[in-house]
Ligand binder design. Structure first.
Ligand code: NAD
Ligand code: DAU
Length: 347
């Protein structure tokens, strides 16, 4: 199978490409990525000379470039997005641009790949399209309820609103144009190569550096934490066995549920650091969702997926990865990162 991956130089995309090339010797991957601040070809250094891998620098908002990249592919996995909630609060336009208009371009390119054979790309046939959405489209949910497919979307941030908008464009394309799309909505990922603006890599790298860990709003918020490789396995299953037109919720369903303060304490304890590094901050995430929880029984029952890495083991491996790969995140934490950090967190 020849797969076009958008956003493959980011956190989940790079882990996904590595997963596919390792698991399927006959598959090949075209990675189409703009290389924004979050895109990093170092994430794929170990496979850059693999003959089955090709990188194309491009913007999903550039229809012609995307069309050329899609020539002859059997599947498109659409990861490319602006992905950080805090950044979307500072400035929302890029989120609309990439997440909504960019996704519309991906939909249009998928339509070009459908039969009858398109004069533009030549090849018709059974292209499969996975749109990677997020559980944040559901907004927060009171305990003990869990969100699931069919529930109304109640996005809280400009990021999640843009993801909800892109998702409804995909749903409309399925209905109106028969686009063979499948949608995934996953909970919080963590693991190697995650950009150190998100809670887990930010707190691990700050703790290693002896810098404060800015814990928002009392740290009592609940997220469901899934190791990135488990998410990659789920997306791959949806790609190969998912039913066209369906959406799959993906979640670790951590039991018991975990609050941010507990994640913070595990990080500090594992690194042997003092709890004094925690700095309580408030007001940095207006509209902060209190709890995410998702019912993932559909993908478990229909596709036989379940997570293979426990939170305890996954966090241990992730902390070790950040300890062993300090060059990677120290390089990332320079340049533009410093400006963002200062404008968001202050000094
Ligand atoms: P990321 O920010 O680490 O990576 C995003 C990638 O997309 C980067 O490589 C970036 O260069 C690229 N990109 C951004 N704008 C682009 C554009 N206009 N054209 C082409 N490439 C562009 O994000 P991530 O955490 O890996 O998330 C990937 C996808 O998964 C996103 O769609 C996100 O909404 C979704 N998701 C993320 C999580 C999570 O916990 N991180 C959970 C569920 C869903
Ligand atoms: O649920 C899936 C989503 O998970 C994805 O769609 C998003 O792309 C991804 O960024 C992630 O969103 P969150 O907002 O949940 O992740 P983040 O790591 O930014 O925050 C996790 C929790 O930690 C949240 O309650 C806010 C809190 N937090 C975050 C940061 C960056 C802090 O307390 N301090 C911080 O500095």
């Amino acid at each position: 199978m020849k797969i076009l991956v958008t956003g493959g130089a980011g956190f989940i995309g790079s882990n996904f490409i590595r997963y596919i090339l390792k698991k399927y010797p006959d598959d090949s991957v075209v990675n189409f990525d703009k290389l924004t601040y979050a895109g990093n070809l170092e994430n794929l250094k170990d496979i850059e000379n693999d003959k089955r891998y090709q990188f194309i620098q491009g913007d999903v908002c550039d229809y012609d470039g995307l069309c050329r990249a899609a020539e002859g592919v059997d599947a498109i996995i659409h990861f490319a997005a602006e992905s950080h909630v805090d950044r979307s609060i500072h400035s929302s336009h890029e989120f609309l641009q990439t997440n909504v208009f960019g996704t519309q371009n991906v939909i249009d390119v998928v339509r070009e790949l459908l039969p009858p054979p398109s004069p533009l790309l030549g090849k018709g046939g059974g292209v499969r399209f996975v749109h990677v959405s997020t559980d944040e489209v559901y907004g927060d949910i009171e305990s003990p309820k869990k969100s699931k497919n069919g529930d109304a979307f109640k996005p809280s941030s400009p990021y999640s609103a843009s993801k909800a908008a892109s998702e409804v464009m995909v749903l409309a394309a399925i209905r109106t144009h028969g686009v063979p799309a499948m949608i995934t909505r996953c909970t919080n990922n963590y693991g190697p190569f995650q950009f150190p603006e998100k809670l887990v890599p930010l707190f691990i790298s700050n703790a290693i550096e002896g810098q404060p860990l800015p814990l928002y709003d009392g740290g009592a918020q609940i997220r469901d934490w899934l190791y990135v490789e488990d998410h990659c396995r789920a997306v791959d299953l949806v790609l190969r066995q998912g039913k066209v037109g369906e959406a799959y919720d993906i979640a670790a369903e951590n039991e018991p549920e975990v609050i941010n303060r507990q994640i913070t304490e595990i990080i500090l304890t594992t690194l042997g650091k003092n709890k004094d590094l925690v700095e309580e901050v408030a007001g940095l995430r207006p509209g902060h969702d209190q709890r995410y929880a998702v019912d993932s029984s559909k993908i478990r029952k229909e596709l036989g997926w379940k997570p293979q890495v426990s939170l305890e083991e996954g966090l241990k491996q992730t902390i070790k990865w950040y300890q062993d790969n300090q060059d990677w995140w120290r390089r990332v934490k320079s340049g533009e990162y410093r400006q963002y950090y200062q404008s968001h967190y202050g000094n």
